[in-house]
Design a protein around this ligand. Structure first.
Ligand code: FMN
Length: 316
């Protein structure tokens, strides 16, 4: 292990980036451990949803998203990272290890880093402005760069409406469940906005006002825990790439097997993989950010009872 070089402020920057990632019901099911300047992303099992997500599939997706965001944090400091998924066979809850390298980070990462604070899950109706084709191309590239496939579903396709309904219903359910959790925890659910509850523009009242948004599926080659992490890394890269161009999204990550029939299959004859996420993208209102846990709380697993002294032990 190399001696740690990152200052406390730089560590804070990386952790803030990581914890800005999306998660089911905003559960933030992760905790982080510094190993020198390397960062481990762990699943916070106590924050998983045992009934809704018994295999912790959506926890993996969230942790993958947090890992990608942390990479952007490193990159903003000029630091390159290698990514190891599930690096410890003996510990399936160690999701990702980011190791500092001498390599220069991807030149696109620093710009993406500055888009992180503006990323939101946007469930409100989008404006009529379509996502430009060149931006759609960049979103597909962003997914491919993380070894996943983003495919568009044409608005004329037979199951376009079905997939749109799926995302909208998932949005309603998510909002309902988050507001329940907020009532239980007496905290504000600031992203609790539904397509039907929030007008796109002053004067508009219903989701019906929304023009057909872009619908896309995000697929991975197979359906293993590793694929779920890949889906998370790719999801975050796609979302933040969209933000750069003013495009935002809502999405659902319930399991979809088999792939919807309208999804265009790859030219290489493969079966198109396993759809992990369905996204609804468009240009929409800027919403307030959702709350995140204190950084001091994400350095130990929930319920571990580690006091402030333990929490300060960020390096070994
Ligand atoms: C794995 C996963 C599954 C999610 N599922 C849904 C969903 O079904 N419906 C929805 O509206 N949002 C879904 N979300 C988005 C979260 O609700 C959102 O990330 C969280 O509330 C934090 O808000 P933010 O993304 O604006 O920061 C999901 C996020 C993740 C990572």
């Amino acid at each position: 292990m190399n001696p740690p070089n990152l200052t406390p402020q730089q560590r804070e920057r990386i952790l803030r980036a990581a914890t800005s990632a999306p998660s089911k019901h905003n559960t933030q099911p992760w905790w982080f451990r510094w190993d020198g300047d390397d960062l481990e992303v762990h699943a916070d099992v106590a924050r998983a949803l045992p009934f809704g997500d018994p295999e912790m599939r959506e926890v993996h997706i969230a942790c993958g998203a947090a890992a990608f965001a942390a990479r952007l944090g490193y990159a903003s400091l000029g630091t390159g990272t290698d990514v190891a998924l599930l690096p410890d066979d003996a510990d399936p809850h160690l999701m990702v290890r980011l190791s500092v390298t001498d390599a220069v980070p991807d030149v696109r990462f620093e710009t993406l880093y500055w888009s992180l604070p503006s990323r939101r899950t946007t469930r409100a109706p989008f404006r009529g402005t379509p996502v430009p084709p060149q931006v759609v191309g960049e979103l597909c590239e962003a997914a491919a760069d993380e070894q996943a496939a983003l495919r568009l579903v044409a608005s004329e396709a037979a199951d376009y409406g079905q997939l749109l309904d799926l995302v909208r219903e998932a949005a309603d359910l998510e909002v309902w469940q988050m507001s329940r959790r907020a009532v239980d925890a007496a905290t504000p659910a600031t992203s609790a906005e539904t397509p039907s509850a929030v007008p796109a523009e002053p004067g508009q009242t219903a989701a019906a006002a929304e023009r057909p948004p872009l619908i896309a599926t995000l697929a991975t080659p197979t359906d293993t825990p590793r694929d779920w992490l890949v889906a998370g890394l790719a999801l975050q890269r796609v979302l933040v790439t969209g933000v750069r161009y003013g495009a935002t999204a809502s999405f659902t990550a319930r399991p979809f097997v088999p792939a919807p029939p309208s999804v265009e299959l790859p030219a290489d004859g493969s079966d198109g993989g396993v759809v992990q996420v369905v996204l609804r993208c468009g240009v929409g209102r800027v919403l307030p950010a959702t709350p995140r846990r204190d950084l001091a709380d994400v350095l130990t697993p929930s319920g571990s009872g580690a006091g402030p002294a333990g929490r300060c032990a960020t390096s070994r």
